[in-house]
Design a protein around this ligand. Structure first.
Ligand code: HEM
Length: 230
């Protein structure tokens, strides 16, 4: 993409009280897309013969993909110099949480009719439910404290708290692997992506990336230090 086009893509436009870049708008639309499609398929009777499982799978998968994308934002900035990724990191994390909450609600409310006794039995019996639940519990405080107000209030502790996203993502991968009854190729592929994202965060590798800007535009970006954004 030419520099002019990419600059236009990252120039904020006013949307009522919000100032968003076309890139940010695109990310919001892309994150809302699966939900709109789900509602449209639900209302149009286009779900599979097992609609509850369909809803559970689709919300779970979207939550997991968005979580990975939110984790990919920092490597995209440090390795590729793609700073706009930092501006959508929080939104992607929040969308991941919204889909995970929907996923949980469908399981708890629609599938199990809020029968906490039955859900308790499932938690004790099925390891994938247990790790999914643990991942969800880890994501709750992150979603609550994702605002700039909480970031200011918590100071240094905010960063430490938000590191919980990594164990949460690992638990999600175990959840995904254990959910599958036979073919675990897809969950393994997503787990490999998570592993790669972890590797790209290793301080030694990040230092190496900073010293070896491998693209001209990466070199330009590398001159300005990364701004800490939520
Ligand atoms: C709150 C606790 C959670 C519960 C009770 C739960 C429950 C479930 C259930 C029942 C299934 C379908 C299993 C089947 O029908 O065979 C499932 C699948 C899945 N869940 Fe969860 N889940 C939870 C949390 C999460 C979270 C936090 C994520 C991601 C952020 C997630 C991602 C997934 C994925 C990716 C699948 C498989 C989808 C597919 O195969 O297409 N789950 N979960």
């Amino acid at each position: 993409m030419s520099l002019a086009r990419s600059t236009r893509l990252h120039k904020p436009v006013r949307l009522g009280p919000l100032r968003l870049t076309p890139f940010q708008i695109g990310v919001h639309l892309a994150a809302l897309g699966p939900l709109l499609l789900l509602v449209s398929d639900l209302l149009g009777g286009r779900l599979s013969v097992n609609p509850i499982q369909d809803l559970t799978f689709r919300t779970g998968k979207t939550a997991m993909v968005l979580l990975l994308l939110s984790l990919a934002c920092t490597p995209a900035a440090t390795w590729l110099g793609f700073r706009p990724a930092l501006k959508v990191r929080r939104a992607l994390g929040l969308y991941a949480f919204v889909y995970a909450a929907l996923h949980f609600f469908i399981y708890l409310g629609v599938d199990y009719g809020f029968d906490l006794h039955l859900v308790g039995l499932e938690l004790a019996e099925k390891r994938y439910v247990l790790v999914g639940f643990a991942a969800f519990l880890l994501l709750v405080p992150l979603a609550i404290t994702s605002t700039q107000g909480w970031q200011r209030r918590l100071g240094r502790r905010w960063k430490r708290l938000h590191k919980a996203v990594y164990p949460a993502a690992v638990l999600v991968m175990f959840h995904y692997i254990w959910v599958q009854k036979a073919d675990i190729r897809q969950p393994l592929a997503f787990s490999a992506v998570l592993l790669l994202l972890f590797i790209l965060r290793l301080p030694a590798l990040r230092r190496w990336a900073a010293a070896h800007p491998f693209r001209s535009w990466r070199r330009r970006e590398a001159r300005t230090p990364l701004r800490k954004e939520p």
